[in-house]
Ligand binder design. Sequence first.
Ligand code: EPU
Length: 432
Amino acid sequence: MDNIIIRGGTPLSGSVEASGAKNAALPLLAASILVEGPVVYHRIPHLKDITTMMTLISYQGAEVAFDDRSCIHIDATSADKPEAPYELVKTMRASALVLGPLLARFGTAKVSLPGGCAIGARPIDMHLKGLEAMGATINVEHGYVEANAPKGLKGATIVFDQVTVTGTENLMMAAVLADGETVLENAAREPEVVNLAASLRDLGAVIEGDGSNRIVIRGVSSINSGAMTAIPDRIEVATYLAAAMITGGDITVTQSDAKALKAFLARAADAGVTVETGKDWIRCKADQRLKPVNIHTQPHPGFPTDLQAQFMAMMCIADGACTISETIFENRFMHVQELVRMGADIQLDGHTAIVKGVAKLSGAPVMATDLRASASLVLAGLAAEGETKISRVYHIDRGYERIEEKLMKLGANIKRQSASEHQITGNIPLYA
Ligand code: EPU
């Protein structure tokens, strides 16, 4: 397993280009199952989770290929195996996104139930209830969801108990080929949901209301071949902007979309950072000690849970105390103990962290526990005095494309140490 080693204390500056969004690309790729014909994908990031989704779709019998411009081509005409095996689903929960499209296209699907997750229980009960409302029979047996709708899915009104991003995406994809109208109430408003709806519309789906909490889908008998493009990764963008803020630097992220990050940028401005935005760029410049800012995570357009850990890292060196409340996931504070090892002063009280800013963090060996927690440790390492060694960086690689290269370009002293370079070897006799 690789490590990332950072020598902190350098203010970062310059410009960096945003990658396509992982959480937009995953449902777009899953939507290929709905199409009997080729779909070409643009701006799909090179990430482990993307490879897992491509493997899953090819396991189902689709043809998956790359071209020399980094575009992905998927033709699911020949797909004939509506299954998602445990071996793939256990490495990526978002594999459950194939359930809706498989059921819509084949009238049957067998998808492994995702297990627990580092940040919370994350059940998919609302996905399943929605499919049942659309006429599917669902059985959960031997760790698999077996869903059947031999006569096809039927439009229904589904009221989500709680806002769910992939739940909204799954049911939207299921409804595209269903008979009649489906209404999703209390639907997720995330930009990734809008990206999926707009892309499906381009291929002939009839969808209205995406971006609001009521989405209406009128089923069609088929959708066409075409192209889909992932939106900029707003979480990656904000993570690089946070790198400017935590190091007292000045970073512009190009090919990005400020409208998708309103809550984050507003809180950054509250922290005393100069925020400038253009049509497709965002600049953050920090030239004073950060002010403490309270945040609580919420579904979009509120403050994203996927940026809670990164904002906490910034607040660790703010000039005063603040509270950070996590309302989406029950266990998304695993970075706290690692930040404390770097000198942060954080107390946990249920779903709230009380962060008292310290003058400086100090580099330490720390462990990445999930994707966004890892990003917070990278940020803390960039600001800390001395060396920070982050282990288990495969978590970071699930969501950040070439993170050390991008940060290096901005002036960071960062390197990746491959597994073979850091093995601790002792004087152990060989067992002959
Ligand atoms: N929930 C249920 N039942 C369900 C579905 C969700 O109880 O059937 C609960 C979850 O346990 C959670 C809340 O509802 O407490 C919201 O979860 P949601 O379903 O919105 O999360 P998700 O769709 O599984 C996506 C992103 C996450 C991001 C969340 C929240 C993808 C592939 N994943 O997950 O991204 O944190 O929405 O915005 O889109 C990440 O990228 O690091 C990441 C975890």
